[in-house]
Every structure is written in C-alpha cells, then in structure tokens.
Design a binder for this molecule. Sequence first.
Ligand code: NAD
Length: 429
Amino acid sequence: MGSLFDDAIGNLDMAAEYVSVEPEVIERLKHPKCALEMNIPVRMDDGSLQIFRGFRVRHNDSRGPTKGGIRFHPNVSLDEVKTLAFWMTVKCAVVGIPLGGGKGGVIVDPKQLSRMEVERLSRGYIRQAVDFIGPHTDIPAPDVYTNPMIMGWMMDEYSKLQRQHSPAVITGKPVSMGGSLGRDDATARGGYFCVKELEAMKHWEPKNITVAVQGFGNAGQHIASLLHADGYKVVAVSDSQGGIHSKEGFDVPSLIYAKLDTKKVKAVYCEGSVCEAVPAEHITNEELLELDVDILIPAALENVITDKNASAIKAKYILELANGPVTGHADTILQKNDVVVIPDILANAGGVTVSYFEWVQNKNGLYWGLDEVHQRLHAIMTREFKCVYSIMQEHGISMRTAAYVHALSRLNDAIFAQGTQRYFAESTG
Ligand code: NAD
C-alpha cells in the first residue's frame, strides 16, 4: 500500500476526467507548498525534559491563507499531516470559502500528560511555529484531542510573541477569547445539513432511520445529538475503548452526560443527574462499522473502512465526519455495492466554514449571533451539497469524485488566474 498522501491525491486524477483542468493545476496540488518539522522541548511535572515531535504543513494557498487543525495523537506522522492539509485545500474549495489547506500535529498521547504539561506543549508548539503561521498566512484550529482551551493558550502565546492581541491567528477558541458562537457543533451541524438534504430528497421519516456513530468526541457527540433531537434512531456509538448497541435506540443526551461525567461510553438513561443503566450490547469498533443500519457515521480517525471490511458494510449511507475514514480501495467496493458515501471534504466542511466565520469576525472585531452563524452555515452547506449531488447525477460518478470535480474547477480558476503554461505560451508564441 502506498502512503496515505499518495492514496488521497489519486482522487485528483480520477476527478480530472470530468472537468476541464490545466495539467499544471493537478501537478501543483500533488505537492504541498511547504512543511515544518519541529522538536518541542517540554518541562514535565516531575522536572524531567521530554522532546515531542511536531509538524505543520501548508498545502496550497492559491485561494487564500492556509487553514486547518492541529492534532495531538500518538500516530501523527508527516505523511498524515500532509494528507490532512491536502484535504483542507480541497474542502475549502468544495464549500467555496476563500482559504487554502494546512494542518498540524504532534506525536503525543495527551491522555498520559497532566493538564499543565499539555499547556506547556501547546505553547511550545506555537513558539516553534510562530514564523510559519499567522492571520494572513496560516490559521490553525482544533482537531483530534485538541480543544478550545488549547486554542486559547495557543492564541495567547502567539499574541505574546507578536506583542499584539492576535485573535485571528487561530480559530476554535473559547467564545470569551474571540471564538465564534456555533463553532462547537459546526462540524456535526454541517454533516447534519447534508442528512437533512437527503431526508428531503428521499422522503425519510426520521423515526425509521437508524444511525451508528463511531467516535464520541466533538464531531460524534454533536451529530448524534442533532439527529436524535430530530427523531432519528441512534442505535450504536463507540469511542476508543469500544462501543454499545441497542436496537431500540439510545437517549443521546443521557449518553453524553455519562461520557462527560465518567469519560466512558455507557448505556444509561438519565433523569436530572441520576443515571440508570439500560440494556445494551457491548460491541467493538469493528462490529459497529458492520451493523445493519441506514446511516453509518465514522467520526474518529482515518482508514477504518478498508478493502478488508468494505464488503461487510451494510449501511446504505456513510456520512464521513472523520477525515479519510474510507481508503481508496474500500471506496471502489462501496460504490459497487451501491453504498452512498457523503465524502469528508463535504460532510465535515461545516467545521472549517464556521472557523472561517470566526476569522472574519476576529478581523472585523464585530461578532454575530448564533442564528446568523447557523443561517450562513446552512446556506453554504445546502448550496454546495446540491451542487455536488447534481455533478454526481450528471456524470454517474460517486459523490466523492463529484466533490473533487467541484473543488477542482474552483482551484483551477484560481491557479489559472495566476498564469499557466497556456497563458505564457500564448504571450510568447
Ligand atoms: P475528538 O478528539 O473530540 O474525538 C475523537 C473521538 O474518537 C473520541 O471519542 C475518541 O475516543 C474516539 N477514538 C479515538 N480513537 C478511536 C478508535 N481507534 N476507534 C474509535 N474511536 C476512537 O475529535 P473530533 O474533533 O471529534 O474529530 C474526529 C474526527 O473528525 C477526526 O477525523 C477529525 O479530523 C474530524 N474533523 C473534526 C473537525 C472539528 O472541528 N473538530 C472538523 C473536521 C473534521
């Protein structure tokens, strides 16, 4: 198997068959603009020194400053960060926001660190990246195992180094530090708007639609909650320790209450602060993926649906809230089996869209109400969902390829506007 990055950029060649695009545009997108590798020294609570390896990649800034999250996870690698940055370039183009793609990460298991060690690591990351990021160059945000408080520390460190308050350098901050209302559930809400479009097209009755969610963090909890509130039946959820399943469906607010209280996914029903255990089957993450449900929502990490398990997937729809949960080979198998995949570059674009809103508000110093954020997000997600859906129908291709076609046409316009071989050849020839 090639690298994650090679697997990801394969989608460009596939999409290029359906859109008129300059060959150099594809070539440009196959090579990230620049990458920073860093070693971050952190003084641990016991007085010892530990060095953590970190990365920041700016993939492409033809459409605007690069933008993308910072991940704290033991499996972070340069290949993974490059791939995530590439997906950000494509994602911003899919939803038509004026930003490029970037991403960052640190190889660390944050669960093994004290809160003060995480703060020192977060500030150390910014001290190393200070000349690489900036409100007009590269704007980080949260990702797996990073959160608003970490974004707040990072913004504070950057502001100290610049000797000026710089809220627009990072998004996903606490609202009290310049964060946007609606950023907390934006990734899930964007995916939810995609489901609502499908619901209208397919005339779904939510109470008859079953949903399984892998990953019960920011993206997973919020999508489960939004769908549950609309009457969808959330029959399975999981986290890194495993999952639970109940044919009757769960009371999602109770699951969230228990998860936040105990850090565990537990089948409970809560009234006030009293939670009672309810019957449920314990399942593994692998079993969750293969459940017979209508909508499967991977909301944890990449590469969980591969050529090994793709033919066992029974869900009719997959909403990719995680980035890259389905490998290229698996995608082909799913398509053959008529599983509709709403691809990550569309399904989880609500996060970067509201991050963009946050950046705009920070630059203007004028803040929007929650309704305005939701309305603007709804307008973008439904407009772009419809566009991608119609490209899919027009060419008889997967929704993923259609989303790449849509993005490539916007990226082509931006890169072409700077001049390609065709332009220069015409002027000299
Ligand atoms: P998070 O840290 O809040 O939650 C991650 C969840 O995944 C946790 O519940 C964790 O227990 C679970 N998990 C970890 N390893 C697992 C495993 N092996 N099997 C099953 N579950 C596992 O992270 P998040 O922000 O919710 O991000 C989840 C996914 O969504 C990532 O792929 C991320 O790139 C993507 N995403 C997030 C945002 C955002 O705004 N947070 C935006 C776009 C995409």
